[in-house]
Design a protein around this ligand. Structure first.
Ligand code: ADP
Ligand code: MG
Length: 614
């Protein structure tokens, strides 16, 4: 039952001319009495006030900042039902449990519940027996569900993890796509969209799709002072032993290790399980195993978890000391989201990003896997008609033209996302819109661009946190360097440095000599020319040496790209800086590279030369 306190407050927030003071008082009282919090955290009050006054808000605040309260408190204060749309069953269950523990009337409808349970929730909804109703977005495709909601419209609608609505976001979900239309039918309820990760472009998209006006945006607090970001250039083969040595120290745990693929996650788990108390989590595991492993990490039975990006959305564990990326993430959005899980308790924590030139090739592979050739999608689209046909039938029809079942499934998924195929609740397919091809190509290019931006991040030489803050367009940020990342404080970094070996110094000399006669060379070309005199330098090593030179400000690397067959192909041009032009041979010994990268094996003595060739 609704408490007398809520009941007495409720009508006061329904009047048309509420002053901020009235709303503010009510919110403050409920904050203490219902949620047991003494005060608001940064920005919460501003948001609750806006939402409490019936305005739409897009709120972008980092994970752990306390976004949920921003719907719970004003929702409760205003009375009626708050409808919450959330992408994952686990998140829904978690929220319902928390709300119920506070004595609030919260329930949920999703595919994990029985028909009878769902019916009961619908009845409770209609009779006004709920404060919060949580659903997954696909619920809207169940016939009759929207009209049920319309019979007694919610007061407030919350879209959690709202970046999922944007195809420019890193975690796009097709079921979020049509939300804008559905929610329009629930007006005048105001909409609160919540996310921890949205670039200005994703913010635009969320606003457009949910039909929120520009003034509704509140973008706050991307800076995380207590996370020391460290980049570590290290070959994939050396990562597991490096992880072991980092996480051996108790102060570095609990820790999450993000692996780029399930396979790498399995590998790392195998290699580390005898050395650390480590669990594993990825989408290839049975749901029950996933849940068990996640739980044992949450309650501390294991204090390390190696996982793919499938892990962590909405995970509320405040004492994570280290997040390690054992490979380059696919986008800066994803990366930021993942490192944001470190140190939510405000205590010092670390985010270590392991990368090497080889990771870029892995990305190319992912892109090809996740974004099949348009031709494959055309095959499926061509086999669809206005009449619904079972998916299995379509599959049997076109499968012979596909390389593997996975390619078929990926292609169908993409076609569906871009609405070229329509799937009903029973899994029947029919033909969708022809514009799928355009949006698919756009998205594919966008993904490529995001991967390129991520690899640029590893090649910049300025404060890491500031780089991220600027990327997200946090306007209120003061713009100062963080002081704790490996760029601000190299000595605190996870990757100690070493001087270059004689052979490496020889490579540098070679590069400098070539550039001094013809500056501004493309990296690939430069590598080839260096190999003329130093055949032992691999591309990976060459890239690493370039990084060393860029860091020492001897060269400047410009990132460019050209279009080929509809793909954007990135490349780099290398220029000598004024500093580089003046560099002398005896300064070679001052150059430093990451100690995590072992020196090349063939330690041939070379004569270092800076003079022009010929
Ligand atoms: P987000 O959704 O932004 O990632 P949550 O809403 O899950 O974050 O909140 C993170 C944690 O902070 C939760 O444990 C929540 O109870 C707590 N919290 C939120 N607001 C406050 C507050 N005003 N005072 C104290 N704790 C709070
Ligand atoms: Mg949340």
């Amino acid at each position: 039952m609704i408490s007398p306190e809520t009941a007495s407050i409720e009508p006061s927030l329904k009047g048309p001319h509420l002053t901020s003071e009235v709303v503010s008082d009510t919110l403050r009282r409920l904050l203490r009495s219902k949620f047991g919090f003494q005060s608001f955290r940064n920005h919460q009050e501003e948001v609750c006030l806006k939402v409490g006054q019936g305005k739409d808000v897009l709120l972008v605040m980092p994970t752990g900042a306390g976004k949920s309260l921003c719907y719970q408190l004003p929702g409760l204060a205003r009375g009626g039902v708050t409808l919450v749309i959330s992408p994952l069953l686990a998140l829904i269950e978690d929220q319902v449990e928390k709300l119920s523990k506070l004595g609030l009337r919260a329930d949920r409808i999703h595919s994990g519940r029985s028909r009878e349970e769902s019916r009961q929730v619908c009845r409770d909804y209609l009779t006004g027996n709920l404060d919060f109703l949580l659903i997954a977005p696909e619920r809207f495709s169940v016939p009759g569900f929207l009209s049920l909601l319309q019979k007694r419209k919610p007061t407030l609608v919350t879209v959690d993890e709202a970046h999922c609505i944007s195809q420019w976001g890193h975690d796009f979900r097709p079921d979020y796509r049509a939300l804008g239309e559905h929610l329009e039918a629930l007006r005048p309820a105001n909409i609160l969209a919540l996310t921890a990760t949205a670039t200005p472009m994703v913010q635009d998209d969320i606003c457009k799709q949910l039909r929120l006006n520009q003034e509704s945006r509140l973008i706050h607090g991307f800076r995380r002072d207590n996370i020391a970001i460290q980049l570590m250039e290290i070959l994939p083969s050396q990562r597991s032993s490096m992880i072991e040595s980092i996480l051996k120290k108790e102060s570095q745990r609990p820790a999450i290790i993000y692996a780029p693929t399930r396979k790498v996650a399995e590998q790392l788990h195998d290699e580390l399980k005898s050395k650390l108390k480590i669990g594993i989590y990825h989408a290839g595991l049975q749901p029950s195993a996933r849940e068990k492993n996640q739980n044992s990490f949450l309650i501390g039975e294991v204090d390390v978890i190696v996982a793919t990006v499938a892990f962590g959305m909405g995970i509320d564990k405040s004492n994570i000391r280290t997040v390690i990326h054992a490979g380059l993430p696919g986008s800066i959005e994803g990366y930021y989201q993942e490192i944001g899980r470190a140190g939510r308790d405000g205590k010092p924590s670390r985010a270590i990003l392991m990368h090497s030139y080889a990771d870029q090739r892995t990305h190319q592979f992912f892109l090809e896997r996740d974004y099949p050739e348009t031709n494959f999608l055309r095959q499926i689209y061509g086999s669809l008609s206005e009449d619904k046909k079972p998916t299995e039938l379509i599959k049997a029809e076109v499968l012979p033209q596909f390389k593997t079942v996975e390619v078929f499934e990926k292609s169908l998924e993409k076609l569906r996302i871009h609405r070229g195929a329509v799937v009903d609740f029973e899994g029947n397919l029919s033909k969708g819109v022809a514009s799928w091809e355009k949006t698919y190509m756009e998205q594919k290019r966008h993904k490529e661009k995001m991967a390129v931006q991520m690899s640029h991040f590893t090649q910049t030489h300025s404060c890491r946190m500031l780089g991220l803050v600027n990327y997200f367009g946090d306007q209120k940020d003061e713009g100062t360097p963080c002081g704790v990342c490996d760029d601000c404080d190299p000595l605190a970094g996870a990757s100690p440095l070493r001087t270059l070996t004689r052979e490496e110094q020889g490579w540098v000399a070679e590069i400098m000599a070539i550039l001094s006669t013809s500056d501004g060379k493309a990296a690939g070309r430069l590598h080839k020319e260096v190999m003329d005199n130093a055949p032992s330098i691999s591309r990976t090593e060459f890239e690493r040496i370039l990084e060393v030179l860029a860091k020492a400000e001897w060269v400047k690397i410009f990132h460019e790209s050209f279009e080929k067959d509809g793909k954007s192909i990135p490349y780099k041009t290398i220029f000598l800086t004024t500093r580089g032009k003046k560099a002398k041979a005896d300064e070679l010994s001052q150059l430093k590279t990451s100690a995590a990268v072992s020196a090349p094996k063939s330690a041939k003595k070379r004569k270092t030369r800076f003079k022009k060739r010929r």
